[in-house]
Write a protein that binds this ligand. Structure first.
Ligand SMILES: [Mn+2]
Length: 353
């Protein structure tokens, strides 16, 4: 089991990489999507929550990741004595019609194949993704964690329809005609996922890249009237069964699993771990379940993290664990302090196991 840290593109600085190394990370998961672009309400170094208008604007649809760019990012990370384990998430600008089954779907899938080939060629083993229309939405911020540390949570769902031109909680077309996205059935969304996976998995496999699926966060059956895919622990099995490729992996998010209303989280992690399908793990603790939960520090939520780490050890999980989000600790560096606490706690649990 290896410890990593997730960093947004603008945070991949020498200082933050030195910080990651100093607090015990050996691996980095990089987010190249700019979630913060023109999102007025977003913090610049913490997870965005955004309002119904989304996190911000998607990137440039005509600018896909280049091999040079990926190699440069990896070199910068290697320079700091760290490994780049994964890129997390596609930009809605690059795959909105894959999610929406729109007219550019096949063109965008070709671009995604190109990006996956480049990820492989740059020596990056994993590509995380989140196949979702509403994306991570409907959350609130407040002093929910120990001692009033600021964190996020959910209180009730959100049934407002998604406006045209927006998907995955970002705006990809600000000239879209008025109106809202047509509401689809769960099975239609599963068919879109299957179409996507069947198209890209052979390329991922040939490129030495493992695709890693994040479950729906928050895991409600629908959000903003649209269906969700993996909103109970057992639904990951349906995703695995769609395609037997070894590149069809999971970005297992313990926090999201803990927010789910059914199943036993320890059993779920054990069985997916034994299948060898976990590409990497988001570690996060919460109190409560959808539609009412709060994110907490790793050591104070509903999940017994010591037990979780023992299970991962028992199933011989040898991938990377990163803190997902953490509460902000009140000091001069709230994000860094939160992450330092999380990584130290993870190191302790792993050593004890
Ligand atoms: Mn997560």
């Amino acid at each position: 089991m290896k410890i990593g840290l997730g960093l947004y593109r603008h945070m991949l600085t020498p200082d933050n990489l030195a910080f990651a190394r100093q607090v015990g990370a050996t691996h980095i998961i990089a987010h190249l999507v700019d979630y913060f672009h023109q999102g007025a309400a977003n913090p610049d170094n913490n997870q965005p929550t955004g309002g119904r208008g989304g996190w911000g604007r998607a990137g440039d649809p005509n600018r896909i990741w280049t091999l040079e760019e990926l190699r440069e990012i990896r070199a910068r990370i290697n320079e700091a004595d760290l490994e780049l384990e994964a890129i997390e998430n596609f930009d809605p600008a690059h795959w909105h019609d894959v999610l929406l089954a729109g007219p550019k779907r096949d063109e965008q899938i070709e671009n995604i194949k190109t990006m996956i080939r480049r990820v492989g060629e740059a020596g990056i083993p994993v590509m995380g993704y989140n196949f979702s229309l509403a994306g991570v939405a409907a959350r609130i911020t407040g002093p929910f964690a120990r001692g009033g540390a600021e964190s996020v949570g959910m209180e009730g769902g959100d049934d407002t329809p998604i406006p045209n031109g927006m998907v995955w909680n970002m705006i990809y077309d600000d000239r879209a005609p008025g109106g809202t996205l047509p509401v689809i059935e769960h099975d239609e969304l599963w068919r879109r996922l299957e179409y996507f996976l069947n198209a890209i998995l052979p390329v991922a496999e040939a490129s030495g890249v493992r695709m890693a699926a994040h479950p729906d966060d928050p895991p409600t059956p629908t959000l903003r009237r649209q269906p969700r895919l993996v909103y109970q622990p057992a639904m990951y099995q349906r995703l695995i069964d769609l395609n037997p490729s070894p590149s069809n992996g999971l970005e297992l998010c313990i926090g999201t699993l803990a927010e789910m209303t059914e199943g036993d989280i320890y059993q779920a992690v054990e069985s997916y771990g034994r299948l060898g399908r976990i590409a990497y793990i988001h570690l996060r603790n919460v109190r409560g379940k959808v539609p009412s939960y709060r994110e907490t520090f790793l050591d104070e939520g509903d999940v017994d993290m010591a037990r979780m780490i023992r299970i991962l050890k028992d199933v011989r999980f040898d991938g990377v664990l990163i803190p997902d989000h953490t509460p902000q600790i009140r000091c001069a560096a709230p994000w860094h302090a939160g992450m330092a606490h999380a990584l130290g706690y993870m190191r302790g649990l792993i050593d004890l196991a």
